[in-house]
Design a protein around this ligand. Structure first.
Ligand code: PGA
Length: 251
């Protein structure tokens, strides 16, 4: 019922030529993958070129962020129509690096999410606790706050375009992934919160991706968990062979 999704978040890596080379290598490796959705999220500068290169492939493209206003005096910002214009169908909203490095608040992320969904983008909305929060026993509280504030006012008829990514901050880029049972516990909790907010049927249909040091060696075990419906991959998505292996682990 929930088709697994594997997405690559390239972060601030790869020039245009390198980005196109990456997907040209990836396309043949995953062209026969069935029963899984595949998304790559290159940097903004490469979206147009990669979008072209992905035409006629089974890989969709996403932006790593998007602003809440459709146009205007917002220096440096990229709008939903601009993202769509590059051939992208997805946006990541609320990545922990946006939350921390760029100090994006729950309220701003809610505005971005609503604008992206309303504008016709599918969204991977990221949540996750820091190590300090986990050690202080605040994981559930943090996830609940991020979901309650972040998903506020999402229209019922747009939840089909919403994917949640649970990314414990302590697992991102550290090589230390959450143990599969540890991740499953958080995912089940997240689904419970979604059920409270959106109703059980809707919650059961929303994919919850795991992110944080996913690699070919741990992907299958993580994605085999009942409430883990795919992964959002950072470092390992920069290499076509590694990313393809993770995609195939989801099938
Ligand atoms: P990582 O990053 O796979 O490099 O840990 C995941 C993410 O930040 O989405």
């Amino acid at each position: 019922m929930r088709v697994p999704l594997v997405a690559g978040n390239w972060k601030m890596h790869k020039l245009i030529r390198e980005s196109v080379e990456m997907v040209e290598a990836l396309i043949p490796l995953v062209k026969n993958a069935s029963g899984v959705e595949i998304v790559v999220c290159p940097p903004f500068t490469a979206l147009s070129a990669v979008g072209q290169a992905l035409q006629d492939s089974n890989i969709e493209q996403g932006a790593q962020d998007v602003f809440s206003e459709p146009e205007g005096a917002f220096t440096g910002a990229i709008s939903v129509p601009m993202v769509l214009d590059t051939g992208s169908r997805w946006a990541i909203v609320g990545h922990s690096e946006r939350r921390r490095v760029f100090r994006e608040s729950d309220a701003l992320l809610n505005e971005k999410l609503l604008a992206a969904l309303d504008g016709g983008l599918k969204v991977m909305f990221c949540i996750g606790e820091t190590l300090e929060e986990r050690e202080a026993g605040e994981m559930e509280h943090v996830l609940e706050r991020q979901l309650t504030n972040g998903l506020q006012s999402v229209p019922a008829d747009q939840t089909g375009a919403l994917v949640i990514a649970y990314e414990p901050v302590w697992a991102i880029g550290t090589g230390v992934n959450a143990e599969p049972n540890q991740a499953e516990e958080a995912h089940a909790f997240v689904r419970g919160i979604l059920a409270q907010q959106l109703g059980q049927t809707t919650a059961d249909g929303i994919r919850i991706l795991y992110g944080g040091s996913v690699k070919p060696s741990n992907a299958a075990e993580l994605m085999a968990q009942e409430n883990i419906d795919g992964s959002l991959v950072g470092g390992a998505s920069l290499n076509a062979n590694d990313f393809a292996e993770i995609v195939l682990a989801a099938t």
